[in-house]
Design a binder for this molecule. Structure first.
Ligand code: NAP
Length: 256
C-alpha cells in the first residue's frame, strides 16, 4: 500500500480519489509517472484506486482525511511527505452535493458544500504549497463545474464552484514566482456516483438521464471520468508551465 520516498519520482495528491473522477485522475497521473497519494474520507475505500495506480506501475498511498478539517489536513499532508515524498502536485477534487431550491435550502446544506469544496481546497492548498515552494515547482488543479455559471437547485454548489475559480486565479498570481501554476477544470455532465445520485433524486432512471443529457450536448454523449483526467494531465504536465490562472470547461460544448 505504501513505499519509501523516492527522490526521483514526483508526488501528486488527489483528494476524493476513492472513486469517480478522482480515481481516474489518480490512475492517469500514475501513468504520467507520478507517485500518487489517494486521499478520501475513508482510507479503506481508497484500496481499489491504490491497486489501480500500482497496476500502472506507480507507487501509491491511501490516506483517510476530511479535507474540511484543518488539523487532519495538516496531518495527512505531512504523512504523504514522510511516506511517499513531498507533494508537488495537488488536485482538489473532493466534492459533495446537497441540492435544494434556495427557499428550502438549510444552513447545514449550504455549509457542507462550501466546507468541502472551498474550505477543503483552501486547507489542502495551504498545506501542500509549502512543499511546492520549497521544490521551486508545483501544480495545483481545482475541480470547478459548469454549475459555476448557475444551476437551478444548486445555490450552494454553484457558489462554491464559482468561488474555486477566483481562488484558482489568486493562487496563480501569488504562487507563479515559485514555479507553481494553478488552474481549474470545469466539467460538464460526467458519469459517476454523483450524477447517478442526482438522477435518483429526480426520479429518473440513470440510463434515461444520461440519454437526455447527451441529447442536449454538442458532442452528443455524456462525459467519462477519463475526459477530465486528460485535462488535468495537461495542466500538470511540464509543458504547461506558462499556463496558469485558467479555467478549462470540459463539457462537450462551449459552456463558459
Ligand atoms: P463522487 O463520485 O461523489 O466522488 C467524490 C469523492 O469525494 C467521494 O469519494 C467522496 O467520499 C469524497 N469526499 C466527499 N467529501 C469529502 C471530504 N470532506 N474529504 C475527503 N473526501 C471527500 O464525485 P465525482 O462525480 O467524481 O466528482 C469529483 C469532483 O468533480 C467534485 O468536486 C465534483 O463537484 C466535480 N464535478 C463533477 C461533475 C460530474 O458530473 N460528476 C461535474 C462537474 C464537477 P464519500 O464517498 O465517502 O462521500
Amino acid at each position: 500500500m505504501s513505499a519509501s520516498p523516492s527522490s526521483e519520482q514526483r508526488v501528486a495528491v488527489v483528494t476524493g480519489a476513492a472513486r469517480g473522477i478522482g480515481a481516474a485522475i489518480a490512475v492517469r497521473l500514475a501513468r504520467d509517472g507520478f507517485a500518487v497519494a489517494v486521499l478520501d474520507l475513508d482510507e479503506a475505500a481508497c484500496a481499489d484506486t491504490v491497486a489501480a495506480v500500482e497496476k500502472e506501475g506507480g507507487r501509491a498511498l491511501a490516506v483517510g482525511v476530511d479535507v474540511s478539517d484543518a488539523a487532519r489536513v495538516e496531518t495527512a499532508v505531512a504523512r504523504v511527505a514522510a511516506e511517499l515524498g513531498p507533494p508537488v502536485v495537488l488536485v482538489n477534487n473532493a466534492g459533495v452535493t446537497r441540492d435544494n431550491l434556495l427557499f428550502k435550502m438549510g444552513e447545514a446544506e449550504w455549509d457542507a458544500v462550501i466546507g468541502v469544496h472551498l474550505r477543503g481546497a483552501f486547507l489542502m492548498t495551504r498545506a501542500a504549497q509549502a512543499h511546492m515552494t520549497k521544490a521551486g515547482w508545483g501544480r495545483v488543479v481545482n475541480l470547478s463545474s459548469v454549475s459555476a455559471l448557475g444551476n437551478r437547485g444548486q445555490a450552494n454548489y454553484s457558489a462554491a464552484k464559482a468561488g474555486l475559480q477566483g481562488f484558482t486565479k489568486t493562487l496563480a498570481i501569488e504562487l507563479g514566482k515559485f514555479g507553481i501554476t494553478a488552474n481549474a477544470v470545469a466539467p460538464g455532465f460526467i458519469v459517476t456516483e454523483m450524477t447517478a445520485a442526482t438522477a435518483e433524486r429526480l426520479g429518473v432512471p440513470f440510463e434515461e438521464f444520461k440519454a437526455q443529457r447527451a441529447a442536449v450536448t454538442p458532442v452528443p454523449r455524456v462525459g467519462e471520468p477519463e475526459d477530465i483526467a486528460h485535462a488535468v494531465s495537461f495542466f500538470v504536465s511540464e509543458g504547461a508551465g506558462f499556463v496558469t490562472g485558467q479555467v478549462l470547461y470540459v463539457a462537450g460544448g462551449p459552456r463558459g
